[in-house]
Design a protein around this ligand. Structure first.
Ligand SMILES: [Fe+2]
Length: 199
């Protein structure tokens, strides 16, 4: 069996467990059980080699590979291959939940809650409610509309698995927060040609 066949089989087996955990919705308890299944998949490092998921070329920060998506856009699983030093602003994933686990590398996730009432368009304040380091054996769950930012730690490049309730194409409008200016930016991921299909 090729590495890709072994990976496809392992992903299908993992998805079967994940679907059954979510049979009654994406509760916090279900999310954390799903994170454990995803960490078990990520611990099989032989399935996620740098041959299949290479580092970005010079001048680019990351590469995103799609490795599973249901026909309706549900249960989308991506491999993120990134260089050290990546950061993002605080953002949600529309109404989708998200789980991130590590095959390799270490990144800090800050988790936020919105503190204003959203009454003024384009304005928004968030505050940090948690910090979670995602490294092999440790993952993060974000509920629907959960807000996080990512800050890579250390010198090692990243190879992380990102599972979403809905694929990037199917996520509703995301909101990104500018902490310094107290502003928000609502956006749809329209250009999806950065995603490499590795199914
Ligand atoms: Fe995110």
């Amino acid at each position: 069996m090729s590495a890709k066949q072994a990976r496809t089989t392992a992903i299908a087996e993992t998805l079967e467990k994940i679907r059954s955990e979510f049979a009654h919705g994406a509760s916090d308890d279900a999310l954390s059980k799903v994170r454990a299944h995803l960490m078990a998949l990520a611990s099989r490092t032989e399935l996620f080699s740098r041959t299949d998921f290479p580092l970005p070329e010079e001048g680019k920060n990351e590469r995103t590979f799609l490795i599973q998506e249901d026909e309706d856009g549900g249960y989308a699983l991506y491999v993120n291959s990134g260089l050290k030093g990546q950061t993002t602003r605080p953002h949600d994933h529309g109404a989708s939940w998200a789980i991130v686990v590590a095959v390799e590398g270490d990144e800090r996730h800050r988790v936020y809650r919105r503190v204003d009432d959203g009454a003024v368009e384009g304005k928004g304040e968030v505050e940090v409610i948690d910090e979670i380091d995602v490294s092999p054996g440790h993952g993060i769950c974000l509920p629907e509309s959960g807000i996080h930012s990512i800050h890579a730690l250390g010198e090692a490049p990243l190879l992380h698995l990102h599972l979403y309730g809905k694929s990037f194409a199917n996520q509703s409008t995301r909101t990104e927060y500018d902490l310094e200016n107290g502003t928000t930016h609502a956006y749809k991921l329209r250009r999806l040609d950065f995603i490499e299909d590795a199914r």
